[in-house]
Design a protein around this ligand. Sequence first.
Ligand SMILES: *Cc1c(COP(=O)(O)O)cnc(C)c1O
Length: 411
Amino acid sequence: MSPKKSRSKPIKTYSLETELVFNKSADQYNSSVAPLYQSATFKQDSLSNMGEYDYTRSGNPTRTHLQNHLARIMRAKHTFAVTSGMGCLDVITRLLKPGDEVIAGDDLYGGTNRLLTYLHNKGDVKAFHYDTTNTELIKSKITRATKMIFLESPTNPLIKVVDVRSISEHAHKVNPDVVVVFDNTMMSPIFMTPLDLGVDIQYESATKYLNGHHDIMAGVIATRSDKFAEQLYNVINSTGCGLSPFDSWLLSRGLRTLAIRVERQQQNCINVAEFLKNIGFKVRYPGLKDHPQHELHNSMCRGYGAVLSFETGNIKLSERIVESTEIFGIAVSFGCVNSLISMPCKMSHASIDAKTREERDFPEDLIRLCIGIENCDDLIDDLTKALLKSGAVRINERDELFNVVPVQPKL
Ligand SMILES: *Cc1c(COP(=O)(O)O)cnc(C)c1O
């Protein structure tokens, strides 16, 4: 921090739960909810006296209100709201120059993988994918030619945890100009503050937890660097991917209940994870003590989120389970108030070809559950019925559920 900044009055911050609902409105009528400026342009007083806003692609008060709120929640200095999580990645990759080398995980979100592959095949960047759970391997691959590193933790649906602190620290030592980019969609600001772990630019799909109601698509980019903020803003203003006023307003509304939603979702998810584990399924969830990186996850996060995956040992069986639930809707995405079930190989991760999935040890029978805020007993009843109907589990003489295909764990 520069001496000038440290003399300025520090902004008082409250705990996250309070910040989420605390709203200091500058509105002329003191409206308790910040107003929606559904306007593309703003009239100017005169040619010599231009106002703060002129055109919504460049800036809009509703978007600014949202961004200022997000900055406090993400502990960032600058945040930008754009039209989707992938829009964030598009903006960020535009900071690269032709031929720049980038390192990325091998279990990234399907859309992230698709965009990086597109840029790689076009010759725009050279993208190298490695298993980011292998910290030493990643460290050994970082050179002065590495310009950007894309990390995600925990990944989904394989729930691999990345040592963000140690990789960021090493990367900046090797190349002070490297940009470490982190996708925090899975944890949300409630459970993780990646900027505190040495990450330069963080982004997340606000379509998921931040909005929480699956009624808009949005993405948020956050940084503490003035330099990156200026470059990011320039791309957003030039390309016009800033979030629309109405979607910004809806996201502001969704955001207020973030803490209470994800806490409830997480508690439900812990219960479901234990239920499935006790039956004998191989469950991947960072909150389970037998997750191989449970401790590493705990060293970086304040919670575990509400996404888990499990293997049944048989693709057909998995398909039948997915098609037998009632409360769990068959849909991609997560972070919404209602629970979802999916088969990543056929849905969210279908854009990764089968050969690559096999190389990356991606189990084709994997089922992903994204847990909502419903009554947990109802969720477990729904799963029990689906497991019985599909033939994946039976009831033994002691009235206990047991799975039919014993699963060989492979992590
Ligand atoms: C959904 C998702 C994205 C993409 O966000 P969109 O809003 O769908 O564009 C990126 N990363 C992760 C981890 C996601 O789950």
